[in-house]
Structures are given as C-alpha cells and as structure tokens.
Design a protein around this ligand. Structure first.
Ligand SMILES: Cc1cc2nc3c(=O)[nH]c(=O)nc-3n(C[C@H](O)[C@H](O)[C@H](O)COP(=O)(O)OP(=O)(O)OC[C@H]3O[C@@H](n4cnc5c(N)ncnc54)[C@H](O)[C@@H]3O)c2cc1C
Length: 394
C-alpha cells in the first residue's frame, strides 16, 4: 500500500491559464506546486478572452478573487448581428450570469496572466524548462527536460496545451484535428460609439465571423474567422491586408477596429481541437486544460474549463489522502463535463462557419426567431460550474 502523503509534491508542466490556475488553486488548499514552462520569458499572451461565470464561480469556491472585473470588463451586452451590423438578436446573457451567480469578464490575456501570477507569487515559474518525457518510479514520477535537468514529484500534471508531451507519452503523438478556418485575434486601443461599456457582439457572415468585445481601459478585443485550407491557416504569415479584405463591407466598427490595429499585434491561429480522450492519466500522472480536452473556441470555454479543472484537481488532492486516488477522482469528476463542452463547441463551429448563402440565410432566421430558451440552453449549461462535492480547506 502506498503511504499517504501529507502534502504531495506536485509538478505542473506549462504556465498557461491552466497551469497557473492549478498553482493558485493548489496553494489555496495548502499544496505548493512546482511549475515548469518551456518559454524563456513569461510574455503577456497577446489578444483577449472571456473568463466565463463558471470559472469565476469555481475560483470563488476556493475563496480566490483575481479581481478580474477591475482588470477587464464585465459582459453587459451580448448581441448577435449580421455582417453589416444589423441586430439579429440581443441575448439575455448578463441576466443568465447573474442568475447563476457571477459575472463573465472579457479581458486582455496579459491581464489574466498577471492576475494569476499576482495570486500565486511572481517569479516562481521555472522558465526555459522544456519537458520531453517522464517515467513513473516506485514512489512517484520523474520528468525529463531538454537540457538534461530532471524533476521528481509525487504527482505530474500535464498542463502543456494542445500539443502536450505529457499527453502524447500515454495517448500517442497524433496531430490535432484541423477545422479549415483561421482565427485572427487582437487587443487594441479603440473607441467607437458602438463599443459601449460591456459591449460584446458576434457578427455572422458567410464562412466568416467577427467578435468585438469591450475589455475595459479603452481597449477592444476582436477576433475574426475565415474559412481556408488547414495548410493556409497553419502557415498564415501576418498579412493584415488579407483581414481588411476579408471584412470589407462589414459593419463600420468591424472595419475600423481592424484598421486601428497594428499588424504586429494580430495573431493568426488555426482552429483545432482533438477527438475526446477518455483516459487522461495513469498512476501519478494526469492532464489539465487543453492538454486534456482542447476544444473549438465557440463557447469561450477552453480557458474557463481549464480553471474549473484546476479547482477540482485542488479539491481532490486536498480531500484524498492518497494522490493517485485523488487524480482518478478528479478525472472522473471532469470527464462528462468536458466531453459535453468539446462536443457542443464542435457542433457550434459547423453552423458558425457555414458558407452556403441559403443555409446562412436560414441560420440567421433561426438566430432571429428561435425561442430564447433554446438559444440560451447551451450557454447556460456551460456557465454552471461542475465542481467536486468535497470538503476543502481555505
Ligand atoms: C480564437 C480563440 C479564442 C478563444 N477564446 C476563449 C475565451 O474567450 N475564453 C476561454 O475560456 N477560452 C478561450 N479560448 C481557449 C483558450 O485560449 C485555451 O483553452 C487556453 O489557453 C488553454 O490553456 P492551457 O493552459 O490549457 O494551455 P496553453 O494556453 O496552451 O498553455 C500551455 C503552456 O504550456 C507550455 N508548454 C507547452 N509544451 C511544453 C513543454 N514541453 N514543456 C514545458 N512547457 C510547455 C506552453 O508554452 C504554454 O505556456 C480561445 C481559443 C482560441 C483559439
């Protein structure tokens, strides 16, 4: 029988949203994690994102307040528009968040990273540590890094993103699933009469969509999608004029925010996920965030569900005296929830990226006239956190 560990030594690979959230959540239950990141410097990640109600509530379950509402902007409006900016539907998203119990917040990714680092303690990530593999030992796990270093712990958490080496060690090195469209993203200083406080809008076109979000402090977060071959999406070379052309004739605010953005501040990311992985771990090893369940961005839940994972992982490691049992409990608590998010996000994508004019017209009619409860159901499901029904310490 393995001996129960008072406070397991937890190694986390990856200092993205998931890895840093895990460090913060574990610290809150009395476990100090070691976080290893391949980057030499923790640069503020470009662009923006929405931290959804479920993530805010998950953090609150451990009494963690990252002050996101001050760092970014609470979502107050959620509009669906056509490409020219005509309103299709205003969704009662804010009311749903209030009913469920916390706001959703749109913010600059760098501000979320700063919030997590402030909460955990600046300067604690081991940088320039490229994990290449691991071995399970008699007493725990040993991680190998590219430069010959090793780290030994009781538990290994792979929070190393969609191309996770921790995942590939047990699940194989299959490439992610490409979806034949690109996502362009940026955050830029921007003022426009349409961009009112808490404004969030999705503009629906043919094979293209656009999102515009107020992230506070005089800045807008925008993203645009365009159908293209997986190869072109993977090798996009930063041509801003291509984006200007893709959204020519769209609503004024869409065209203006693209023009206002410096070319070097625009990221191009191919849309990718993976088929759902049923078994995330073995023995003292598990996965978290995109390493476990990468999903399409449609429900804005990739990072938010990584935060939920982090909280549940901490709750389980606190509640179970035996770390391996804690990891299996964590995985079984997260499996169904994240499976549904991956599936729903992929289903949305198909409708979002439609190109056929007749199907697009039908889709827009649906967005305009479908019962509100039907339109809101997948969002409301996603916004309710699924946490561990366990005792935790603060
Ligand atoms: C267009 C778009 C819009 C999105 N919008 C939202 C949104 O609004 N809300 C939301 O919640 N989510 C959103 N997401 C999803 C979100 O960005 C991801 O789900 C989230 O960043 C995943 O966090 P992670 O920590 O699991 O992985 P990552 O952010 O990928 O972090 C992994 C970290 O591990 C490091 N790493 C990788 N390999 C190694 C290694 N071998 N050794 C050491 N370190 C390593 C990486 O450098 C990185 O720092 C969006 C995604 C896209 C593409």
């Amino acid at each position: 029988m393995p001996q129960p560990t008072a406070s397991p030594r937890v190694l986390v690979i990856g200092a993205g949203i998931g890895g840093l959230a895990a460090a913060v959540a574990l610290q809150r239950v009395g476990i100090e994690a070691e976080v290893y990141e391949r980057a030499e410097v923790l640069r503020p990640a470009g662009s923006g994102l929405s931290v959804m109600t479920n993530a805010v509530l998950a953090l609150r379950a451990l009494d963690i307040d990252l002050g996101l509402e001050k760092r970014g902007q609470t979502v107050l409006r959620s509009d669906l528009l056509d490409a020219r900016g005509r309103l299709l539907r205003s969704l009662p998203f804010r009311a749903a968040c209030e009913r469920i119990g916390a706001p959703s917040v749109a913010l600059y990714r760098g501000d979320l990273q700063a919030a997590l680092l402030d909460a955990w303690g600046e300067g604690r990530v081991t940088l320039g540590a490229v994990a290449t593999g691991y071995e399970v030992t008699g007493t725990g796990v040993r991680v190998r890094f590219q430069d010959g270093r090793e780290a030994v712990g009781d538990v290994l958490v792979g929070a190393d993103g969609i191309n996770s080496v921790v995942r590939s060690a047990r699940a194989g090195t299959e490439a992610p699933r490409d979806s034949e469209f690109i996502c362009w993203l940026s955050v830029t200083p921007f003022r426009h009469p349409k961009l009112t406080t808490g404004f969030n809008a999705h503009y629906w076109g043919r094979g293209r969509r656009f999102g515009l979000h107020d992230v506070g402090h005089g800045r807008a977060y925008w993203w645009g999608t365009q159908n293209m071959s997986a190869d072109s999406a993977r090798h996009w070379e930063g041509d801003k004029e291509q984006i200007v052309r893709a959204f020519a004739g769209w609503a004024d605010e869409v065209q203006e925010v693209i023009r206002a953005t410096r070319a070097e501040d625009i990221l191009g990311v191919p849309a990718r996920d993976r088929p759902f992985l049923e078994q995330w771990g073995d023995g003292p090893v598990t996965l978290l965030g995109d390493a476990a369940h990468p999903m399409m961005p449609s429900l804005a839940q990739g990072g938010s569900s990584a935060i939920e994972d982090a909280v549940v992982l901490a709750q389980c490691l606190k509640a179970y005296p035996e770390p391996v049992a804690a990891l299996r409990a964590y995985e079984s608590l997260r499996r169904e929830r994240t499976y549904r998010l991956v599936k729903a996000s992929r289903q949305f994508t198909t409708v979002e990226q439609l190109d056929n004019p007749v199907l697009c017209a039908l889709r827009n009619l649906y967005l305009r006239f479908a019962p509100q409860s039907v339109l809101m159901r997948p969002f409301e499901d996603a916004l309710k956190p699924h946490l561990a029904p366990l005792e935790t310490s603060s």
